[in-house]
Design a protein around this ligand. Structure first.
Ligand code: GUN
Length: 301
């Protein structure tokens, strides 16, 4: 067969495996902190309301926190709790010496101002890295708490491309405060040439096709097609979208990313699957960030 007829399949980036390794290293750090400093890191997660997906995330966070040997504190407030009640809970956690990381699960009910709540968290305990102080530190190249999902993406990118990302063209599809904007900042910190594309971007497919690193975080099921991707590019899919899956039975759904995986894997050099790519990284990085917060608070190297 002529070379040109050989179909290349991208390296499938195994985020689940990488996350397992990271969690094991966190567990070791926790054991060292306990034996050498008599310190057990603690993570508090606050969930308001009964959003089904958030319930699952929060339960997983609690279980994995304990599995790493840390203290896990979960607080549930009813959907109709007032913003003041939530702010009071955050203030208690800010003042609780056993708590080193605070995460308020988003989205919050619409009667609450998420920015106000996030900015009430002590920035040193803001393991999400969403507080304006931490986003400002990241934007100005200073040391702060960094959002977990984008940091996990950088770890996966470096695992396949190596630690030096200098000069690579990176395109971030999506401009959310949770993923898109911090992702762009982190890639800039790695000396990439960064473009942020979004719903108003002109010639979106052409912009994407120039990227050596393409990070999709728009929340649109299977939006990124094969002809949007530069051959050999590293494609990171942050999307988690449920689509109907009638082949699995009436009313069934399945999880897909923002990238049309089955066709893009024939063009990309490496690609994260959904599920099993970026998803498992988020909690593993959250655990690592909690250990980091505990060390910073106690001034341990
Ligand atoms: N909801 C979806 N992703 C996240 C996240 O990374 N942090 C918080 N706090 N809420 C979320």
């Amino acid at each position: 067969m002529a070379d040109s007829a050989v179909k290349l399949i991208a390296k499938i980036i195994d985020g689940k495996k990488f996350a397992e390794g990271l969690r094991a290293s966190v567990a070791k750090d926790v054991a060292d902190l306990k034996s050498n400093h008599d310190l057990t890191p603690g993570l508090a997660v606050v969930l308001v309301g009964d959003d089904a997906a958030s319930q699952v995330y929060v339960r997983n966070k609690g279980e994995q926190t304990k599995a790493a040997g840390m203290n896990s504190f979960t607080f549930r407030l009813p959907d109709d709790a007032s913003e003041d009640e939530l702010l009071a809970r955050v203030e208690e956690l800010n003042n609780d010496a056993a708590v080193h990381g605070i995460l308020v699960q988003l989205p919050l009910p619409t009667h609450m101002n998420a920015d106000k709540v996030i900015n009430a968290i002590n920035p040193a305990k803001d393991v999400d890295g969403f507080h304006v102080i931490n986003s400002g530190l990241l934007a100005t190249g200073q040391d702060g708490m960094v959002p977990c999902t984008p940091l996990g993406c950088v770890m996966l990118i470096k695992d396949v491309l190596g630690n030096d990302l200098s000069g690579k063209r990176a395109l971030v599809l999506g401009r959310s405060n949770i993923v898109g904007k911090p992702m762009a900042q982190l890639l800039l910190r790695e000396n990439c040439t960064v473009t942020i594309a979004h719903s108003r971007t002109v010639d979106l497919a052409d912009e994407c096709k120039r990227a050596d690193i393409l990070v999709a975080a728009v929340g649109q099921a299977q939006m990124v097609k094969a002809n949007w991707v530069k051959p050999g590019a590293c494609v990171i899919d942050v999307g988690m979208n449920r689509i109907p899956a009638p082949e699995r039975g009436t009313g069934k759904t399945r999880l897909v990313g923002d990238v049309d995986f089955e066709i893009v894997k024939n063009v990309a050099g490496s690609i994260t699957p959904v599920p099993g790519g970026v998803g498992p990284m988020t909690i593993a990085v959250l655990l690592a960030s909690t250990v980091r917060a505990a060390k910073r608070i106690h001034e341990i190297d």
